[in-house]
Design a protein. Structure first.
Length: 114
């Protein structure tokens, strides 16, 4: 997120790709850097832990991911199926217009399974 902040301050349009388990360790940076300084940050998040998840420990963070993003007032979009990505352009325009982070959750059904 620090690299994305630096890129934004340098005139670039950064984005970050992560797994939803990373939300837990990035809360402080999301609040004190990107939100406080009003930096746009599209976050493409692999949403692990739903039905048929092969790794049991992924399920616990899935239970909390959407609630954490909601508590942080981060607009969240959930791509469930191919074709949902057609909303991506509008989401990117929104985040860079409003100077705020947005979360785009992509689950296993969107990617065609685990």
């Amino acid at each position: 997120m620090g690299l994305c902040a630096g890129a934004f301050m340098g005139g670039k349009r950064p984005a970050i790709i992560m797994q939803n388990t990373a939300i837990g360790v990035t809360v402080n940076t999301l609040v004190t850097l990107t939100q406080f300084y009003r930096m746009p940050l599209p976050m493409l998040i692999s949403y692990r832990g739903e039905l048929k998840e092969p790794v049991a420990c992924q399920v616990e963070m899935a239970v909390h991911t959407k609630a954490l993003l909601n508590q942080l007032n981060i607009p969240t979009y959930h791509f469930h199926k191919p074709g949902d990505e057609q909303e991506l352009d509008a989401i990117l325009k929104y985040t860079f217009m409003c100077n705020k982070p947005v979360a785009i959750l992509t689950d296993a059904t969107f990617w065609g399974g685990y």
